[in-house]
Design a protein around this ligand. Structure first.
Ligand code: UD1
Ligand code: CA
Length: 454
């Protein structure tokens, strides 16, 4: 049966003490709801419906352009009520998988187990877990044959039921053919005066249909977020899982507790990552790459054998093989470096190509620049790329040598093999193979006396 996924995301999340709706709070630099949507996609559903309510505009805006169907639940009258709001959008007959927008760590493999169980003829399949601290959760009631007969919410439960430690995760799968009959029977006759989605279980059982619970052994996947403490706990779990994965792949993490992976980090063999590095989005590290302490890399590729020294930032760029980057380098978007390039300390590079073997070793700004191979840029060189209105290009051809403290006023070109004398302000093309400089003549005053304090 084709699958419809319904993600519940209408809750206010008042305990977050935030003006933002709960589900757009981020785990690993990505909204919690986005995590759930991304995992949902891996299941190839025919449709994904997101139930929004509190500050829904913010949620819809953040998630726009992603082929999602948004359904407004103006008043939050319970999980059953939330699913009922999707009635007009749900493709009739599709099986329905209900997920929570504030349970971001749920894994594809776990949901696939639930879907697999649903292929037998069960009306409802629940994802449950065994907890030593079940307080607050709905409890799973089973008969002697282990079939599930009901889910009782904590607030409606007797002491005997509260002692049951099998809990409802909230995630469940409802058979498409049964959905309508089961949901239309829901009422709010309970302690909280809410429409409980969990009541589909007792209605199915009353009709002699079977309900099963698939036990998820990793409770951390099912953790929901209600406050900042839980958000931090989930961030920590995510980080630990990613670190463990990397070590399994052979990456050396100097301290797995002190690395943050907020996206997808792929690494070749013999990669070493020192402490306090943050990896955001898609980052690819080649073989033998070493990242020293306190670096932040986001959406970038780093070629084999490159060392990124401490305190360096690389963003949306492609770094070639065997580069030497940093310490204290800042590489901004759209930078591409060839192999064996060197970007040293206190160097900022933006939207530039740095050719093979070229060096910008100290205290420089290189922006909107096309640099060839084997160029040497002296300390304190600045490309003056901005005239206050427009950005202009600096072209530096192969084998150019630029002396220290030079300003290259763009648009300008330094032709192949040219040499620029230190302290120059270059405003015109420097011809190939020639020495160019612009420098005030040095004067010396033999009679001059340094002022002295009386
Ligand atoms: C629910 C389950 C409980 C389970 C627990 C797991 C029911 C009746 N109970 O309880 O068995 O153990 O989750 O955490 O389903 N939401 C809406 N609209 C609503 C109500 C809720 O979108 O009208 C969303 C919330 O934003 C949240 C999720 O549904 O993401 C769960 O709601 P919540 O109120 O936390 O459910 P619980 O009462 O904790
Ligand atoms: Ca909850």
């Amino acid at each position: 049966m084709p699958l419809s996924i319904v993600i519940l995301a209408a809750g206010k999340g008042s305990r977050m003490k935030s003006n933002k709706p709960k589900v757009i709070h981020q785990v690993a630099s990505k909204a919690m709801l986005q995590h759930v949507v991304d995992t949902s996609r891996l299941l190839n559903p025919q449709q994904i419906i997101v139930v929004v309510g509190h500050e829904s505009q913010q949620v819809v805006e953040l998630m726009q352009g992603q082929a999602l169907i948004f359904v407004e639940q103006a008043e939050q009258l319970g999980t059953g009520h939330a699913v009922l709001q999707c009635h007009d959008e749900l493709t009739p007959g599709n099986d329905i998988l209900v997920l929570y927008g504030d349970v971001p760590l749920i894994r594809q493999a776990t949901l696939e187990q639930l879907i697999e169980a649903g292929k037998q003829d069960h009306a409802v399949c629940i994802l449950s877990f065994i907890s030593e601290t079940p307080t607050g959760y709905g409890r799973i009631i089973r008969d002697l044959g282990d079939n599930v007969t009901a889910i009782i919410e904590e607030k409606d439960a007797s002491d005997r039921i509260r002692r049951i430690n099998e809990c409802n995760s909230g995630i469940l799968l409802i058979k498409g053919s049964e959905y309508k009959a089961l949901l239309l029977q829901l009422d709010a006759n309970n302690h909280q005066k809410e429409y409980y989605l969990t009541d589909v279980v007792k209605h199915a059982v009353a009709k002699n249909q079977t309900v099963v619970a698939v036990i998820c052994t990793d409770e951390s996947e099912l953790l929901g977020v209600n406050n900042q403490q839980q958000l931090a706990q989930i961030e920590q779990l995510y980080r630990a899982k990613k670190a463990a994965e990397l070590m399994t792949q052979g990456v050396k993490l100097v301290d797995p507790q002190r690395v943050d992976i907020r996206g997808n980090l792929t690494a070749g063999s013999d990669v070493i990552i020192d402490v306090n590095c943050i990896f955001i989005g898609d980052v690819e590290l080649g073989n033998d790459v070493e990242i020293e302490a306190n670096c932040i890399l986001s959406n970038c590729k780093v070629g084999a054998g490159t060392i990124v020294h401490a305190m360096s930032l690389i963003e949306n760029s492609v770094i070639g093989a065997q580069n030497d980057i940093g310490p204290f380098a800042r590489i901004r978007p759209d930078t591409v470096t060839g192999s064996k390039a060197k970007i040293g300390n206190f160097v900022e590079v933006k939207k530039s190509v740095i050719g093979e073997g070229s060096k910008v070793n100290h205290l420089s700004y290189i922006g909107d620049c096309e640099m060839g191979a084997n160029v040497n840029i002296g300390a304190g060189t600045i490309t003056c790329n901005y005239d206050g209105a427009y950005k202009h290009k600096t072209i530096i051809e192969d084998d150019v040598f630029v002396g220290s403290d030079t300003q290259l006023v763009a648009p300008v070109k330094l032709a192949k093999g040219s040499t620029i004398g230190a302290g120059s302000t270059i405003t015109k093309e420097a011809p190939a193979g020639q020495l160019s400089f612009s420098r005030a003549k040095q004067l010396s005053f033999s009679n001059w006396k340094r002022p002295k304090k009386n």
